[in-house]
Design a protein around this ligand. Structure first.
Ligand code: NDP
Ligand SMILES: N[C@@H](CC=O)C(=O)O
Ligand code: NA
Length: 937
């Protein structure tokens, strides 16, 4: 504790109202209006009784009591009921001795109940000493400015507007304080203030003008009243407490940039004097207001009350400063944009600056300066949720030699490499380019001088070391003026070709990642850009300062929120969220939904994957949800909440969702029309997963366009289940190709249905019976004729052939059909087909018997002959000893003959149809996508 002994001095004397009006209109007021102030350095002094002080005050300013003096003479120590003492006693100003500074903003004291709540928080704080900075009740400062505007513009309603303000405080105080001395005193002060204000506003009305001093003086009354009410409310809760008119203590000097610099020395001297008069342990201090060195009332401008609190923290050498607001602390990203944003437990002062610069709801950087000097922590807390610990903003050993910590690790929450993310919307990029810039000193200076001259604010600058271009971001509303000024300034250079262009890119947004550990951690920017790339977001410009507290990128405005979410989830969340839209809740779709339901908790907890089903669309009905459908109940939600299907609505719901950057459509239909949308979805950055074979076996140009778009757009398109259902066929083929093997031939039984049929067509079983069973088992296509016609196998042959690099289409594949000619009419319904099929059983029976006569069995086989660029689908007879004859159930068997696997082929075998295995294949594609998008492996 630094002890400063003080002497009693007369209080600050401010002019009486008539003088005040004249002085303020004239301003500045003479420095004589301040009374004598004792300076630091008194080692010993005396304080006299308050009784004595009051009489001394009367003597010092005799005229004040005769006339109606303004509010500034309300005696705060009188409010506190300081005990009268006969003998002078020495007062030690307890600087640095367990002071806790609090600041409550306008919303915290917005009504009676809230003021009482704040009083409770103050009383509950066990700190030895408390200085509590308070703003005006919410909206009151604006109301004061409104009154002022009305008076200036000679609008007679200014008096009624002032009456409203008076009534607001009168009723609040009455409800808060009940009957008693404190209420009487407050109402008397309020009445005096209003009288003074009316006189002043009348003068303004007549003059039709008020200067800044006058505005500041009028506007600051809200704080005078809230401080008095809060002090009385604390006293009502049983703790002695006084209020302080900060204009008597805080001295600030105006600067050219509409800001003020605190004069700490002068303020401390005044504080010491004030304390000598009012040695209280609980002081409610008016926020926002102060005085100039000449004693003119002024304000601390924007975020003034936070600044008042930080200055008080400095003057008192407080242990801590707590800024109470209506949020739980500083979030890792704007929670209105990123639902998963979390409250940060800790930020360094520098990180807080960066976050606040980029629009986060933190302190204004200037607020931290007074407390940084003494490494005083500032904590942001929620007045409506006192159990939340808030965010502590403090020094860091990485940036301060005087920080009491040796290592960042000692500070809880300091170990995050990237603390938070923020965006600034509606920016524009300006790119000044030309060969004449390289190596010419002064170009950058000329550019930015020009920008300064039009008063535009440069938010980010980037220049490549080739010096051929300088790129910078300005608010979009300022860019036209900037571009015009640059074109004027560089007219000659542009004409001569030394500069090639002044280019403007509108509709941009800035995204910043903040964290001081980024400086010492390799790979942070790689991760950031990777997250952006995976979310299919184009980066237009990049800047990273040498301090590396932040990395800034410019993206298209339309991508702003998605970009924020993408990087936030990549760095901040342990889980990788993926927005999923499912089309086709038929057999495979609903089995997938059930598998997702059963596995989602495990995925989240053990694999950090968060799959959110945002919509389900069937041929007639769809259901959408803003954040996720409850999988436990998806079927009844779909049945009960379903609305008519609208594919484009479904797609934009998924695409434009504001919570999850990565989206995937899972197409579980067999519809070629749905497949036609893949290109458009990939273009939008939506990933696609499907067991639907139509896209990859449909028109060749459509397939090639989809594949090309997928690569170009950095989106993913997975279709493992199109061949062999859940069996790893596509991935095996890709693995062979990617590692440089050469595929010679792929041959196999690719149809689960036809495998099942021929595995079970034994004894006296009929073809139609076994088809019926295969259908019931869920092996067949929605229309079993697609299987029996060989079309399904033909499609698989085409899919494999194309994957192997052939440009094959269905028409190029020779396909044997098992559908009796008479039943090939496309108008025949599935039911009718199934009903009539038994009539033709004899056809297959004949073929089977012929094979048996040869000691063989029938198998439906597909072949991709890569070397001959051919594909075929045939019903063939195979030896009973052949591997193809050894299958059971819906088994598929696929053999790859390659450069590496010549003698012994690579064989994959297992069930190749059925709801569970197919949905499982689709599910594993989803997980593959999650891991591509950054889920930990
Ligand atoms: N069964 C299997 O073993 C395997 C199947 N597959 C493939 O899985 C896919 C699904 O098969 P399966 O579940 O058996 O088929 P189903 O007939 O049971 O389900 C198809 C679903 O798609 C929906 N649908 C159809 N057209 C549209 C459209 N235009 N818009 C929206 N929804 C539509 C249907 O809607 P609604 O509900 O309104 O009728 C139905 O929900 C097929 O492509 C199939 O080839 C792949 C490998 C194995
Ligand atoms: N109907 C198909 C299902 C898988 O693609 C089959 O029987 O194999
Ligand atoms: Na497969």
């Amino acid at each position: 504790m630094e002890a400063v002994a003080v002497t009693r001095t007369p209080v600050l004397e401010l002019p009486q109202h008539s003088r005040c009006v004249a002085a303020l209109l004239r301003s500045p007021v003479s420095a004589d209006s301040t009374a004598r102030v004792s300076r630091l350095g008194f080692r010993s002094a005396q304080i006299w009784s308050s009784e004595f002080h009051r009489s001394s005050l009367r003597n010092a300013v005799p005229r004040l009591e005769q006339k109606n003096f303004n509010s500034t003479v309300h005696s705060s120590h009188a409010d506190a009921g300081v005990v009268t003492q006969e003998k002078p006693k020495e007062v030690i100003f307890p600087q640095g001795d367990s002071w806790a500074v609090h600041k409550f903003g306008g919303t915290c004291v917005g009504n009676t109940e809230r003021i009482s709540n704040v009083a409770g928080i103050i009383v509950d704080d066990p700190s030895l000493r408390k200085a509590v900075v308070v703003s005006a009740m919410s909206k009151v400062t604006d109301m004061m400015y409104d009154v002022l505007d009305k008076a200036q513009s000679r609008d007679d309603t200014y008096t009624t507007a002032l009456d409203l303000i008076e009534e607001k405080h009168r009723s609040t105080a009455s409800a808060l304080l009940g009957e008693g001395e404190d209420l009487k005193k407050f109402l008397k002060n309020l009445e005096d203030d209003i009288l003074n204000l009316k006189a002043m506003l009348r003068a303004i009305y007549i003059a039709g003008h008020a200067n800044e001093n006058f505005s500041d003086y009028v506007a600051g009354h809200g704080e005078l009243w809230s401080a008095q009410m809060l002090a009385a409310a604390v006293r009502k809760k049983g703790q002695s407490c006084v209020w302080m008119d900060a204009r008597k203590v805080l001295v600030v000097k105006p600067t050219s940039s509409n800001q003020v610099d605190p004069d700490f020395e002068a303020s401390l001297a005044k504080l010491v004097d004030w304390y000598a008069e009012t040695p209280a342990d609980c002081i409610i201090v008016t926020g926002f207001i102060a005085s100039t060195p000449d004693g003119i009332p002024t304000t601390l401008k924007r975020d003034g009350s936070d600044f008042s609190a930080a200055i008080m923290g400095n003057l008192l050498r407080a242990d801590q400063v707590t800024i109470w607001t209506d949020v739980d602390g500083v979030y890792s990203a704007d929670p209105r944009k990123v639902k998963d944003a979390v409250v940060l437990s800790q930020l360094s002062y520098q990180e807080a600056w960066e976050m606040s610069y980029f629009g986060a709801n933190v302190l204004h950087p200037r607020t931290t300066i007074p407390v940084m000097k003494y490494n005083i922590p500032i904590t942001i807390r929620n007045v409506f949720n006192v159990s939340a610990p808030g965010t502590r903003i403090w020094c860091s050993p990485l940036t301060s030699d005087t920080c009491p910590f040796e290592d960042d690790d000692e500070i809880d929450g300091a170990d995050k490499v990237v603390k938070g993310f923020a965006t600034i919307d509606h920016m524009a990029l300006v790119n000044v380019e030309g060969t004449g810039m390289a190596g010419v000193p002064g170009t950058a200076s000329a550019i930015f001088e020009t920008v300064k001259d039009v008063g535009a604010n440069v938010v980010m600058i980037s220049q490549a070391s080739s010096e051929h271009s300088v790129c910078f971001a300005v608010p979009e509303k300022e860019v036209a003026a900037v571009a015009e000024a640059l074109e004027r300034r560089f007219k000659t250079a542009l004409k001569a070709g030394r500069l090639s262009k002044v280019e403007v890119v509108k509709s941009c947004a800035i995204l910043a990642a903040v964290g001081q550990r980024m400086a010492s951690t390799p790979g942070v920017s790689a991760t950031l850009f990777n997250a952006l790339a995976k979310a299919n977001i184009n980066v237009r410009a990049i800047a990273q300062g040498c301090s590396e507290y932040n990395i800034t990128v410019v993206v298209n405005q339309e991508d702003s929120i998605r970009a924020l979410k993408a990087v936030h989830s990549r760095f901040y969340l342990s889980k990788t969220p993926l927005a999923v839209g499912i089309i086709g809740p038929g057999l495979i779709g609903r089995t997938l939904l059930n598998q997702l339901r059963d596995q989602s908790a495990t995925l989240k907890e053990e694999f950090n994957i968060d799959l959110r089903i945002m919509g389900i669309l069937g041929s007639k009905t769809m259901v959408l949800d803003e954040s996720r459908l409850d999988l436990q109940d998806w079927q009844s939600i779909y049945d009960e909440r379903g609305v008519p299907t609208d594919l484009s609505k479904f797609t934009s719901h998924l695409h434009q969702n504001h919570f999850v950057p990565n989206k995937v459509i899972v197409d579980c239909t067999a519809d070629a029309v749905i497949a036609e949308h893949y290109l458009e979805w990939l273009k939008k950055g939506i990933h696609i997963i499907t067991p639907n074979k139509k896209a990859n076996s449909g028109p060749l140009d459509q397939y090639l366009a989809v594949k090309q778009m997928q690569r170009q757009s950095y989106t993913h398109y997975f279709y493992e289940a199109t061949v062999g259902a859940g069996l790893p066929i596509m991935s095996t083929l890709r693995g062979l190709l990617e590692t440089g093997d050469k595929i010679h031939e792929v041959q196999g039984i690719f149809s689960g249905t036809l495998s099942y049929i021929f595995n079970n067509l034994v004894g006296d079983r009929t073809f139609s019976d076994v088809v019926k069973e295969a259908k019931a088992e869920g092996f067949t296509e929605p229309d079993p004729r697609d299987d029996l016609s060989g079309m399904d196998v033909g499609r698989k042959v085409v899919i494999l052939a194309r994957e192997a690099g052939l440009k094959l289409s269905l028409d190029d594949v020779r396909i044997t059909s098992l559908v009796p000619r008479e039943l090939q009419d496309p108008n025949l319904s599935v039911d009718e087909f199934m009903r009539k099929l038994p009539e033709f059983d004899h056809e297959i029976t004949a073929k089977r018997e012929a094979a048996e006569a040869n000691g063989k069995v029938l198998r439906f086989v597909g072949v991709v002959d890569v070397l001959k660029n051919k594909g075929a689908v045939d019903l063939i007879e195979v030896e009973k000893s052949d591997a193809f004859a050894q299958l059971s159930g819906s088994d598929n068997i696929i053999s790859f003959k390659t450069a590496r696997y010549q003698q012994n082929k690579l064989i994959v075998r297992g069930p190749g149809a059925g709801a569970e295995v197919t949905a499982g294949g689709v599910f594993s594609d989803l997980l593959r996508l999650s891991s591509y998008l950054g889920a930990p492996s």
